[in-house]
Design a protein around this ligand. Structure first.
Ligand code: SAM
Length: 294
């Protein structure tokens, strides 16, 4: 079998000018493509949602290992190209859409049920589709928004393997001492680890920063279950709202509560009121949210 066409050949053949505004940095290094697909542990039973197939270089690996691949691409120039490239592969389909504007699982629903008007924060466990995995070399300008959209959707993926900026990957897997709103937001829903570092030279056009592949194993239940997620994140957001401030000040300001009440809440949750938001674990945020709700 002949080698598949490279990104450079495809760009030439289709006279394509990569769009910076859509985060089009195509992965040209075959060994990295193979390792991303391997990190998802795909089996012939798996359904995969790919975000941003670009010129289909990762799609090829996914299609060879999974039962079905649905790939969502925003750039309308790429849809006819992808359709032509995958004409002989009936297990791959392309959807022209903005991933942030569609419900992820409804793209995979066999009976055509749509939940495109569902808000990102929809009731959990709404079974729209078979269990699925997300594999993507994400457009970096919407990384946090995509992760939130996936993790808070009605039926999240079981696993997401995503390429992101290395610095963002490091922030997401951080522990207490270096936590951020993004780290709490992802770790609340998933166990996150970096599986591979990818240098800028593995892409064309070459981005300014290095990248990393993250694997998110979505938890069957959020990491903290005895507090409403909305209230939990209201408290977390308040804490990070004024990151440099001590928690007794930032949480009181963010929630519009009296400082003495927040201080008492922190003490009763076993948290020194002088600590800062980045030092708290997910469980400590849970304890604080519970006490403040009461
Ligand atoms: N998968 C290809 C690869 O690895 O070479 C391309 C990855 S490139 C970093 C990101 C892709 O996401 C581009 O094809 C871009 O057009 C697409 N994209 C950008 N914004 C999008 C959005 N909101 N929804 C869906 N696709 C998007």
């Amino acid at each position: 079998m002949s080698n598949p066409p490279s990104v450079f050949e495809l760009i030439r053949r289709f006279d394509l000018d990569p769009k910076k505004s859509l985060g089009q940095n195509f992965l040209v290094d075959e060994s990295h493509l193979a390792r991303i697909a391997a990190a998802a542990d795909l089996t012939p039973e798996d359904t995969v949602l790919e975000i941003g197939p670009g010129l289909g270089v990762l799609t090829r690996h996914l299609a060879a290992q999974a039962s079905r691949v649905v790939a969502v691409e925003l750039d309308d120039r790429l849809i006819p190209i992808l359709t032509e490239l995958f004409v002989d592969q009936p297990n791959v389909s392309f959807v022209h859409a903005d991933i942030l504007k569609v419900d992820p699982a409804s793209l995979l629903a066999d009976d055509g049920r749509q939940a495109t008007d569902e808000p990102a924060i929809a009731p959990r466990n709404l079974q729209l589709a078979p269990p699925y995995k997300v594999v993507a070399n994400l457009p970096y300008y919407i990384t946090s928004a995509v992760l939130r959209h996936l993790l808070e959707s009605a039926q999240p993926p079981t696993v997401a393997v995503v390429m992101v900026q290395r610095e963002v990957a490091q922030r997401i897997v951080a522990g207490p001492g270096d936590m951020s709103l993004l780290a709490v937001g992802v770790q609340f829903y998933a166990d996150a680890k970096i599986v591979q570092k990818v240098p800028a030279g593995a892409f064309h056009p070459r981005p300014k920063v290095d990248s990393a592949v993250l694997r998110l194993d979505v938890r069957p239940q959020p990491a903290v279950t005895d507090v409403e997620p909305d209230w939990y994140f209201a408290v977390v957001r308040a804490g990070f709202g004024q990151k440099r401030k001590q928690l007794r000040n930032s949480v009181a300001a963010g929630l519009g509560m009296a400082k003495v009440a927040v201080e008492a809440g922190l003490l009763s949750a076993g948290i020194d009121p002088r600590r800062r938001a980045e030092t708290l674990s997910l469980a400590e945020w849970g304890a604080l949210a519970k006490v403040l709700k009461a």
